[in-house]
Design a protein around this ligand. Structure first.
Ligand code: ARG
Length: 407
């Protein structure tokens, strides 16, 4: 046994499994794998055996679903963070937590190296490396190993390397497609194979969480989501906890074909990539919270919040979770959502989620002001004075300048 150790982020997939043998050979380190359960059904069965068969001296499995939902996912939701207006950042929100746990595990077992399976083309290497370096900035530096970025093997060479190292790869069939998939409770991202041609319609076999439109139920389904200060607390008035709420919504909304996203996105490393996402729960919760905000926030709060949402989404996407600015914006979000409590009724039908009711004790919607019925208590006569002053500056300017000769 060597005394130098390496913690490897281990999914049980092909790259990850080959990495164990590769690190032992190339770096002469003892490998301890860390598998993190962020929900969304990672395959945990037999994962310890698989890691040990490939040469790992130990294998850790940590369930971090609650921490993921409470400390990452719900912060992203409250910030209404959608990258480029579309992607709820499922992978991007998972990476900082994974980096944090890798650093914790390294400290726990006394490892001075951390390895992850990212390639040199993606966002995830940036998120992992910068988070690990930031989190260890005040202590001994951690050596980062990224086998897939370093080894320069093609997919076929990887398969050969596995054979040579005596690693059995159950998941690789003969001509079977191997999409690159990253999944957690907040969604799954699917890339590669036929999806790399932006003219190709994503084949049904790329999807696994959402039903194709011709297989969704012919009847709609209505649900209630309860929120407390912007955080989802219950479904249909039942307090089941964040993890369960998202799990249930993934199943129910996914069955109605909700949550498919097909997006050509701007990666941090300058590449445009076509990405397919399935995020039924995230889409439902974003839609519902947005509706509740329209009732509970002032117009100005909504506008400022929206501007910060975009900045927040970029920070998360760009691997800047562990920054003061991200924490500053979280403080704003917590404060601005103080009165965003209540419930939202939504309807799921044929791929869509529609808001069909909103209720809150703190609602700024005032029936007496809004109604056109005899209950109207808005002072109509006050409007003329208001408009007189409101239009004063534009009338003054028009008289002297621009609108003298109407353009
Ligand atoms: N493009 C997404 C992101 O950068 C997802 C990447 C996940 N990786 C994958 N193998 N599909 O957050």
């Amino acid at each position: 046994m060597n005394n130098k150790k390496c913690i490897l982020a281990y999914s049980g997939g092909m790259d990850s499994t080959i990495s164990i043998a590769w690190i032992i050979k190339e770096y002469n380190l003892d490998v301890i794998t860390l598998t993190l359960d962020l929900g969304g059904g990672p395959e945990l069965d037999g994962i310890k055996e698989k890691a040990k068969d490939a040469g790992a001296i130990d294998s850790l499995i940590w369930d971090v679903r609650d921490e993921f939902v409470n400390e990452y996912v719900f912060k992203g939701l409250k910030a209404r963070a959608l990258y480029e207006g579309k992607y709820p950042l499922s992978t991007a929100l998972g990476r900082p937590l994974m980096a944090k746990k890798l650093v914790e595990a390294a400290r726990l077992v006394g490892a001075s190296s951390i390895a992850h399976g990212c390639t040199g083309k993606g966002n995830d290497q940036v998120r992992f490396d910068s988070s690990i370096m930031t989190l260890s900035a005040h202590s001994d530096p951690i050596n980062i190993i990224a086998p897939a970025r370093e080894w320069g093997m093609t997919r076929d060479e990887e398969k050969k390397y596995a054979q040579k190292s005596g690693i059995e790869l159950r998941e690789v069939g003969n001509n079977q497609k191997v999409y690159s998939i990253d999944r957690n409770l907040w969604g799954q991202a699917i890339e590669g194979e036929d999806l790399e041609d932006t003219w190709v319609i994503p084949p049904e076999d790329a999807y696994s969480w959402t039903s194709p439109m011709d297989k969704t139920p012919d009847n709609h389904q209505d649900l209630i989501i309860n929120f407390d200060q912007g955080t989802p607390t219950a479904m249909n008035e039942e307090k089941i906890g964040g993890v369960k709420i998202i799990e249930n919504l993934n199943n129910i909304a996914g069955n109605h074909g909700v949550g498919r996203i097909d997006h050509v996105e701007n990666r941090l490393v300058g590449i445009k990539s076509r990405e397919i996402y399935e995020t039924p729960g995230a889409i439902v919760l974003h839609t519902a919270l947005n509706a509740l905000e329209t009732m509970c926030l002032s117009k100005e709060q909504q506008r400022v919040k929206q501007n910060l949402s975009q900045i927040y989404a970029d920070l998360v996407y760009d691997g800047k979770w562990f920054t003061e600015l991200r924490a500053n914006i979280d403080s704003f979000m917590n404060d601005v959502l103080k009165y965003t409590s209540g419930k939202v009724k939504i309807r799921l039908f044929k791929g869509s989620v529609t808001v069909i009711g909103i209720q809150s004790n703190y609602s700024l919607y005032d029936f007496g002001l809004a109604t056109y019925s005899s209950d109207d208590n808005f002072d109509h006569s006050a409007a003329t004075g208001f408009i007189d002053i409101y239009s004063l500056s534009s009338r003054t300017q028009a008289k002297k300048q621009t609108y003298k000769d109407a353009r």
